[in-house]
Design a protein around this ligand. Structure first.
Ligand SMILES: *Cc1c(COP(=O)(O)O)cnc(C)c1O
Length: 479
């Protein structure tokens, strides 16, 4: 039964929510039905009503029929657009795994668009036959890192899986107990080695592993000596590690191949002086290790990818493995990777690659932008949010350089309900991802592009207004 819309209708709580019919009678519904169909609209309205009914407090103002229609339309639009949308990253974490790690360069984006239709991805232009999808990108990767050869796969984990399977299946992998890492929840080194059909041969202790520990472990079943960059944690105090050069020499003496999982893909030190002890890939290659593995979307600043670079023979063994096809890189990744590697080779990484550029952003620039944001917010006559500029500490992220604190600058929003304000910021279009520190909502500008400042300010104003105003759940996707 339709609810009579009389003056006695309660203004707050569940009892004040409109019925589905009332929403469908709202003006403008016909156009929505034309666009999405009646059934889809009814389902979206029901979903929204259910969500608000479950969440609304007795003394909270209830949204009206017009609000529900607008929210349902927003949901239907985002359903059509898909779940992946652009966000403004105000976390200060450059390689934020939840936000897709490295943002692609303009050239990489153009390359992806070009490759998304029919493309030359596997065409040999000389004879019209089948070519290699990765030959060019692999050549660039080898040239950039100083390696003889390279092979490309879907991600860093796939690189390790393939390399261990190709070189050491049915044999043992010698690794230090101090390097049995877990990255990002689902990447656990011992499990990958087992999945590759190899057996772990742990040596040394958590904090100390000497070259003699490796030497004692070598026997007829040894497949490979693996060294892994610890990436997301650091050890301090009484620690000891065997260096790559010593491991390479040991491997050569016994005819055992060596492998280094470098993780982050820092190519060489100069482009990021703040990066502490991230191991440059070029140095690792120069040490003579047979294979060096790293990710495409960490400090390389490109798409998700796994790069295997090193000596020609072991790289060829990886390429010929039956797993290579299963772990292969997608054509869009190849296109973006070519552009990314080219930017490094042309010595243009700082200007072209957003992740590299953000690492180097001068603090004075961030300071100026923060102050402008505060100034602009004060121009609002009423309901100006309480913003203040402040210095911050950001992070590289992506499991790289956990001990590096990037000096940064941004704004804090003073609020009584930081959790809810963060939710409201994530509900804007585009969503803004912030962090909470000491009860304030913090927006770090290092990871926000200067072109996004205007949108950021608009989102702050809207979210703070919504926080002060009535109940305002996410005007986004269903569910
Ligand atoms: C990040 C990382 C990986 C995993 O790479 P993905 O590209 O995330 O699959 C593997 N090893 C190390 C040392 C890493 O830092």
């Amino acid at each position: 039964m339709p609810v009579p819309e009389s003056a006695e209708m309660p203004a707050t709580g569940r009892a004040a929510l409109p019925g589905v019919d009332a929403v469908l009678r709202f003006s403008g519904t016909a156009a929505v039905v034309d666009r999405f169909g009646r059934a889809a609209l009814v389902a979206a309205v029901r979903e929204r009503l259910g969500a608000v009914r479950a969440a609304i407090g007795d003394d909270e103002g209830a949204p009206d029929a017009g609000w529900f229609l607008a929210a349902a339309v927003a949901d239907l639009e985002s359903l059509r657009a898909g779940a992946v949308e652009r966000v403004i990253n105000a976390t200060g974490v450059i390689l934020h795994t939840n936000l897709g790690r490295a943002p692609l360069s303009g050239e990489a984006v153009r390359a992806v668009v070009a490759a998304s239709g029919y493309s030359t991805i596997e065409l040999d232009r000389a004879n019209g036959g089948r070519g290699s999808r990765t030959a060019h990108a692999a050549m660039l990767a080898a040239r950039l890192t100083g390696a003889e050869s390279a092979h490309l796969v879907n991600n860093g984990a796939a690189a390790l899986l393939l390399a261990v399977a190709a070189l050491s299946a049915g044999r043992t992998v010698i690794i230090s107990r101090g390097e049995l890492i877990e990255i990002g929840g689902s990447f656990r080194l011992p499990e990958i080695i087992a999945a590759a059909g190899a057996e772990l041969r742990e040596v040394g202790t958590t904090n100390r592993t000497r070259i003699s520990d490796y030497a004692r472990a070598i026997d007829g079943r040894t497949g490979v000596i693996l060294k892994v960059h610890r990436s997301n944690f650091r050890m301090v105090g009484f620690t000891e590690d065997a260096g790559l050069a010593d491991l390479v020499a040991l491997g050569r003496t016994h005819g055992v191949p060596t492998m280094f999982d470098a993780g982050s893909g820092l190519i060489d030190a100069p482009y990021a002086p703040a990066l502490g002890d991230e191991p440059p890939v070029r140095d690792a290659v120069a040490s003579g290790v047979d294979l060096v593995l790293f990710s495409g979307d960490k400090l390389l600043g490109g798409p998700q990818a796994g790069l295997i670079v090193g000596h020609a023979d072991p790289v060829a063994v990886c390429r010929r493995s039956p797993l290579a096809r299963a772990l292969r890189i997608d054509k869009l990744q190849v296109a973006a990777l070519e552009a990314t590697l080219a930017a490094h080779l042309l010595d243009n990484a700082s200007a072209a690659l957003p992740a590299v550029e953000m690492l180097q952003r001068p603090i004075v620039e961030l300071k100026k932008r923060a102050r402008t944001l505060v100034q602009r917010s004060l121009e609002r006559e009423n309901q100006a949010p309480k913003l203040r500029a402040l210095s911050l500490v950001g992070a590289v992220g992506g499991g790289a350089s956990p001990d590096v604190q990037l000096e940064s600058f941004g704004v804090a929003i003073v609020t009584h309900d930081p959790d809810r304000l963060c939710l409201l910021l994530r509900s804007q279009s585009p969503p803004v991802v912030a962090r909470i520190s000491e009860g304030q909502v913090i927006l770090d500008l290092r990871t926000v592009a200067p072109e996004e400042d205007e949108e950021l300010l608009r989102a702050i104003l809207q979210a703070t207004n919504q926080l002060e105003g009535q109940y305002a759940p996410r005007a986004g996707r269903v569910g």
